[in-house]
Design a protein around this ligand. Structure first.
Ligand code: IVH
Length: 671
């Protein structure tokens, strides 16, 4: 193939693939199979590799990601990204309609849309090309997540046709379809990773991932619902969005014009019922005035437009029979009571179990076996019991007595005064705790032995090959080979992962120990404050509580952990295996007390450092970061465009403002 021919073929293939993407993701009317699509994509990929000068940034091959973003740049929104007022009842909505009526002299029309439960995004297009994708952030400025958004196949990189404005911004919601969410959680469950709470959190987490190829694999989707710019083709919201569909955007087919508030209420009723047929989550309906002129006449309050409002659906509720209460033991020994229900359809799925949280909740609700209970599902995956239908309570029902012994190991349960949950104190002898501790120890943010998944741990535990985290380092090839699905290659991989984990930093090791209440941040602070395991083990309540974040409960739990003989034995064995029980030279060198006892708030955009960098510099130098300005704040580290509220409060309380340069001077950082 000549160069010229390659160029032509690349253009042809790009156009064809774009068209198929559009048919598939925007129109939901694919005309070829996935297999055929992949073959075309492969051909394009190959040609672009052979002739890299013809590779365009808008090529369909660029959807697979690969770009790594270390820090997302902060970008100021051209138009502030406002939120919407909420209504929860027909009455409140009618009040909104009355306000609209009063504000307008002519008749008006509404547009109703689904309220997508995802992450808001603003996309800027210039001359038909996607230039930038920015999250909402604080409404004034957000994060530039363009590399990640480019992997979303329903977001056009290059617009179709040539009838679009030269420059405009289109806003919408990035969502994670239910099917994709379930698949991610299934995989996480297998790996023993904590499950993601709901598709919205998952979408938001995904969008902030550093590796865009991982984002690509998550199959996010994007619906657009607001378009802004100086030269839009139409004078109404509805017509512009319909037009944007032709440029390649995914606009929901459920957007509907409504001539009055009654039609709006019908739309709401319809979607409250049908919302579970959608394949993605919505949490209500958004109602907007259609005409731009009338939108302008109504204007804005400080926070939201007067021409639009959201109607939030109530959490769906059903009632069913409580057949049994069982008790689940978590990694840290925490006990969760679980209601076992007569299966019932709720929010599109069959519910058999619901959390009862703790003994107090059971007591407060006075839930009893044989009761008919109300079950509710909010945005979360685990439904909850919200009440009892007393009219259906059987005669002679007995008050629920909370379990006294661990259902797994029969140890007597304890409940600390300050805590809501009972827990099983048999840390080193209770099977789910042992397995859970090991899973935590090898997890990504701790020792990161990713080839040791939940199933392998369970199998090794069954065979008594590992009963605590130190045993991992005694595993041998001949122990592993007989296990199911463990071929030579995976065994070698696993052993390599174990060996490499010995180099993991002290702070992650402290986290990996799985001390109750010690999360990633506290572990880091402890590591930096005590520098090695000996001084951490020796420290008393007061010394521990000097570390920011550590209160009495955490301090007690740390002390108890190191008083346990078995834990000490494990630490001794890990030390002998060469794990890092002290801060590295490098970490030690960068740690100072220059900012000890000083509390900072970091706000705004900076030129020399990122906000996260500043925060870690504050911690490394012994200072404390807090989110909001209070009388305890010593310094407000102020960048450009910082929130006006923070500034006002700082001025009122006399909190000193410093620049990034002044801050650098304080810690002796040479710029
Ligand atoms: S319009 C100025 N339309 O809901 C009006 N928002 O609570 C801007 N949302 O921040 C928003 N679906 O993230 C609009 N069809 C829809 C929406 C929608 C979901 C989100 C959006 C917004 C939030 C407001």
């Amino acid at each position: 193939m000549t160069k010229e021919q390659a160029k032509t073929r690349i253009e042809e293939l790009s156009k064809e693939l774009d068209e198929h993407n559009y048919r598939y993701y925007v129109l939901s009317k694919p005309s070829i199979s996935d297999f055929e699509f992949d073959k075309l994509l492969e051909e394009l990929n190959k040609l672009e590799k052979e002739q890299p000068e013809f590779l365009k940034s808008t090529s369909p091959t660029q959807r697979v990601g690969g770009q790594i973003t270390k820090e997302f740049a902060s970008v100021k929104h051209k138009y502030p990204m406002l939120s919407l007022g909420n209504t929860y009842s027909d009455e409140e909505l009618k009040d909104f309609d009355d306000r609209v009526k009063k504000g307008l002299s002519d008749s008006y029309e509404y547009v109703c849309e689904l309220k997508f439960d995802g992450v808001a995004i603003g996309l800027t297009y210039k001359r038909g090309l996607l230039m930038q994708a920015v999250t909402r952030g604080d409404g004034e400025q957000g994060d530039d997540v363009t590399a990640n958004v480019k992997t979303i196949r329903s977001v056009p990189l290059q617009l179709r046709g040539n009838d679009y404005p030269d420059e405009f911004e289109i806003r919408g919601e990035i969502i994670l379809p239910r099917k994709e969410f379930d698949a991610i959680n299934r995989e996480r469950e297998e790996l023993g990773d904590a499950l993601l709470a709901n598709p919205r959190n998952a979408a938001s987490g995904t969008l902030k991932m550093q590796d865009s190829s991982v984002v690509a694999s998550r199959n996010l989707d994007c619906f657009l619902y607001v378009i802004m710019g100086e030269k839009l083709p139409f004078k109404t919201h509805y017509n512009n969005l319909e037009e944007a569909k032709k440029w390649g955007f995914r606009i929901s087919e459920h957007m509907k014009k409504c001539k009055d508030i009654h039609a709006v209420l019908d739309y709401i009723k319809e979607w409250d019922k049908k919302r579970h047929t959608l394949g993605f989550d919505i949490d209500g309906v958004v109602i907007k005035i259609n005409s731009f002129e009338q939108q302008k006449a109504l204007g804005f309050t400080a926070k939201s437009p007067r021409w639009a409002i959201s109607y939030k659906f109530k959490a769906e509720q059903v009632s069913t029979l409580l057949e049994k209460i069982t008790y689940q033991v978590g990694r840290t020994g925490s006990i969760t009571p679980v209601a076992n229900l007569k299966p019932v359809l709720l929010a599109g799925t069959v519910v058999k179990r619901a959390s009862l949280h703790n003994a107090d909740i059971i007591e407060k609700l006075d839930v009893r076996l044989g009761d008919t209970v109300y079950v509710e599902k909010g945005g979360e995956i685990i439904p909850k019991i919200t009440g009892v239908d007393l009219s259906k309570r059987p005669a002679h029902s007995q008050k629920t007595l909370y379990c006294t012994h661990c259902p797994e190991c029969n140890a007597l349960l304890v409940r600390e005064e300050s805590e809501a949950n009972h827990f099983c104190p048999n840390e080193t002898g209770c099977p789910p705790q042992i397995k859970g501790k090991i899973e935590h120890f090898v997890s990504r943010k701790a020792m990161n032995i990713d080839s040791l998944g939940g199933e392998t741990i369970a199998a090794l535990f069954e065979k008594k090959l590992i009963t605590n985290v130190a045993d991992i380092y005694d595993l041998k090839k001949e122990d592993l080979l007989p296990l199911e699905r463990m071929a030579e290659k995976s065994v070698n991989n696993l052993l390599k992962g174990i060996e490499e984990s010995k180099q993991v930093s002290f702070e992650r090791l402290v986290y990996g120990l799985g001390i109750r209440h010690v999360g990633e941040t506290t572990a880091r602070k402890l590591a930096y404050a005590f520098k090695n395991i000996e001084s951490l083990m020796k420290s008393g309540t007061e010394e521990l509580m000097d570390v920011g974040d550590v209160g009495e409960v955490i301090a007690k739990s740390i002390i108890a952990h190191f008083q346990n003989r078995k834990n000490l034995e494990i630490i001794g064995r890990l030390k002998n295996k060469g794990l890092k029980f002290e801060l590295s030279e490098q970490a030690l060198a960068s740690k100072t007390d220059k900012l000890s006892n000083l509390s900072f708030v970091v706000s705004g955009v900076f030129t020399r450092f990122s906000r996260d960098q500043l925060k870690s510099l504050i911690e490394q130098n012994g200072g404390k970061n807090t989110g909001s300005v209070s009388s305890k704040t010593n310094y407000l580290l102020a960048g450009e465009n910082m929130g006006p509220e923070k500034l006002k409060k700082a001025e009122k309380l006399g909190v000193k403002l410093i620049t990034e340069e002044e801050f650098a001077k304080m810690i002796g950082y040479v710029l």
